[in-house]
Design a protein around this ligand. Structure first.
Ligand code: NDP
Length: 279
């Protein structure tokens, strides 16, 4: 067979700064093997002042799409020529698809979190009482998907309380969301999600242990080889715990679906990443 008759692999990348730590190439390579899709997926370190130039270069080189990570999710939002509803609500884009129509921007972080909680952890959102800690990009991106699950109440609390109040006001038309100061939080929650960056600094948001109970799922968006300080605190107060590795894999699966039209199985990929983290 003439090598030129082999189909050229479609090209994808994760764009960030830094990006060396990204697990996305491993995840998408596993998805491609599993689904028989022919593609390449690489890491692209974009200059802090020229995200758009990196995207243009990827498109010129035959790129079909990209994931976008810190600190470019707002740049990707600005660059997209068309946005999904969930990207518009999040005000940030983590997935780009390039085609003849232009640059489509989506945000799969929230769907990834919800799938990890509902499908992988088996915890229902409908009728639940949820506490969301943090009001940065990650928190904002998950509010609409969480409210779509029809919880009884979504409480948002943040160190800078004005940001939590603004988010609650913005999303109030979509469901039962209220902002509260950390000190005013009371009663137990069914789900407590840590979307602050506190765990990165081994710090704990100022919350009481009494917010957790035996029926509580405590979820930290951060992940690592060891449980975060937030997850250790939640365990001490009787909660079930889960870190953000599943969210990472599920948001990737949602991006893969957008690009390739096929949803990969995630359980084995998540188990492989977990084993690699532990080794
Ligand atoms: P941002 O910088 O946009 O927001 C940071 C948030 O954390 C703000 O609400 C900030 O409060 C709060 N915060 C920071 N330090 C502390 C502290 N010491 N105590 C209390 N609150 C604090 O970050 P992102 O929203 O992008 O990311 C947040 C976390 O989510 C990170 O750990 C990130 O790794 C993780 N993440 C995981 C993903 C996954 O797939 N698993 C996907 C995306 C994010 P204030 O407003 O007062 O500054």
């Amino acid at each position: 067979m003439n090598p030129s008759s082999f189909p050229a692999a479609d090209r994808y990348a994760v764009i960030g700064h830094p990006v060396a730590h990204s697990k996305s190439p491993d995840i998408h390579a596993a998805f491609a093997r599993q689904t028989g899709q022919i593609l390449t997926y690489e890491k692209l370190l974009a200059p802090l002042d020229d995200f758009a130039g990196s995207v243009r270069a990827l498109i010129a080189a035959g790129g079909r799409g990209a994931n976008v990570t810190v600190p470019f999710k707002l740049d990707a939002f600005a660059l997209a020529t068309t946005l999904s509803d969930r990207a518009r609500a999040a005000g940030a884009v983590n997935t780009l698809r390039f085609d003849a129509a232009g640059v489509f921007g989506d945000n799969t972080d929230g769907a990834g979190l919800v799938t990890d909680i509902v499908v992988n952890a088996g915890v229902a959102l409908r009728g639940s009482r949820i506490l969301l800690l943090g009001a940065g990009g990650a928190a904002r991106g998950v509010i609409l998907p969480l409210l779509s699950g029809q919880p009884a109440q979504l409480v948002i609390a943040n160190r800078s309380s004005d940001k939590a109040i603004a988010l609650a006001a913005q999303f109030a038309p979509h469901g039962a969301i209220v902002a509260q100061d950390f000190a005013a939080l009371d009663g137990q929650f069914d789900i407590v999600i840590n979307a602050t960056a506190a765990s990165l600094a081994d710090a704990l948001p100022p919350i009481a242990g009494s917010l957790f109970g035996a029926h509580t799922l405590a979820y930290d968006m951060m992940y690592g080889a060891q449980p975060t300080i937030f997850l250790r605190f939640a365990v001490q107060h009787g909660a079930r715990v889960r870190d953000g590795l599943g969210m990472l894999v599920e948001q990737a699966a949602e991006s893969f679906l957008l690009w390739r039209g096929v949803r990969p199985e995630t359980a084995a990929v998540l188990a492989g990443l977990r084993a690699a983290l532990a080794s």
